[in-house]
Design a protein around this ligand. Structure first.
Ligand code: PMP
Length: 346
């Protein structure tokens, strides 16, 4: 039977966090934002003339890319927009990895990257982080990957890497470095300057509206990088990868930076409170720069706590993977949701 390609047949696929339905659920498992998006998004939605939907959307999202370019001090030729930043990552693997090439990334990191390399049927090189999940410059021996995914701040650990370490690694690396900054709006610093710097020909920084802009359901992400790399992504994308409504609402959200900043500030304050409360109960917490807390319970019983919380309809994330199976990732929720989580702990 030749119906399915071997690499697809043998791969397991990405496992997204559960999306439980129903009342009374405390959902702290997929790093969504607990607050609504800017009211400007609702206004833009109300203003959409549904008769426009018979037409195809702008294939290159001109208005949206101009706004993103303006926000980051680059020209629109340096900006690509995607159907969620997941599409940006997927296109990076399609565009920047040669037929017998490889993708590289730290371990642990975002579990989508190995799946994307399996879909492309290329090797996946895992580079260990330090024991406390801190930066350790990747070493590749004789065969360096074509593309390195560098998640900053990292998921699920929450840790941000030093700018200088990322910069020096990118300068020494022969392939493309995609700095995945899905959580950067919750961090003290970021690496966007590396993508905007014309002397870096191999750095792309991706962002998403799913977290700090509270728009995970919209599916909109983007990246900034050198013109030739952005051009390559445009060649490989679906003709109309970002729909008309997503383009209009994303623009409205990006036009309300004050809302996003205030939202991120609320999350940061609750992140500090949650970290302090867990640390006070003997949990080990990483210094998170994201909208989640990565924490190890003192009794080393993360799977049991995960299951006990689920019984109480409180959802957090547990990864049954080497090195992190004793940890839980808890998305920062509203104060009430965080209190419910803390009160439900054994
Ligand atoms: N990168 C990282 C590190 C993430 O955790 C996520 C969210 N799962 C994404 C990218 C993708 O986000 P989205 O496709 O919603 O933009």
């Amino acid at each position: 039977m030749r119906a399915i390609a071997e690499n697809i047949q043998s791969m397991a696929g990405y496992t997204p966090g559960e999306q439980p339905k129903g009342a009374g659920i405390v959902k702290l498992n997929t790093n969504e934002n607990p607050y609504p998006p800017s009211p400007k998004v609702a206004e833009a939605l109300a203003q959409i003339d549904h008769s426009f939907l018979r037409r195809y959307p702008d294939p290159v999202a001109t208005a949206l890319r101009s706004r993103i370019a303006e926000l980051h001090g680059v020209t629109p030729a340096h900006v690509f927009v995607g159907n969620g930043s997941d599409e940006v990552l997927s296109l990076a693997v399609r565009c920047f990895v040669r037929r017998n090439g490889a993708v590289g990334a730290f371990t642990p990191t975002y579990s989508l990257y190995p799946v994307l390399s399996q879909i492309r049927d290329v090797a996946y090189a895992e580079c260990p982080l330090g024991d406390d999940f801190s930066w350790r410059t990747p070493q590749f021996g004789s065969s360096a990957p074509d593309l390195f995914f560098l998640t900053n701040p990292n998921a699920p650990t929450g840790i941000a890497y030093p700018f200088e370490a990322v910069r020096d690694f990118a300068r020494s690396f022969d392939g493309t470095v995609l700095i995945d900054e899905a959580y950067a709006d919750f961090a003290d610093s970021n690496c966007m300057a590396l993508a905007a710097d014309p002397s870096n020909a191999n750095v792309v920084v991706s962002r998403t509206l799913s977290k700090s802009y509270s728009l995970a359901g919209l599916r909109m992400g983007y990246c900034v990088g050198p013109e030739p790399l952005i051009e390559a992504m445009f060649k490989a994308k679906d003709s109309y990868n970002l729909d008309f409504i997503a383009q209009a609402l994303a623009l409205a959200a990006l036009n309300d930076q004050d809302w996003m900043r205030a939202n991120a500030e609320k999350i940061r304050a609750e992140r500090a409170r949650l970290t302090e409360a867990l640390s006070g109960c003997g949990w080990r917490c990483t210094p998170s720069q994201t909208n989640f807390v990565f924490a190890r319970p003192p009794a080393g019983n993360a799977p049991e706590i995960f299951a006990a919380l689920k019984e109480k309809r409180i959802f957090v994330r547990h990864f049954n993977l080497p090195g992190i199976s004793e940890w839980l990732r808890i998305t920062v929720g509203t104060p009430a949701e965080n209190d419910a989580f803390l009160a439900a702990l054994p």
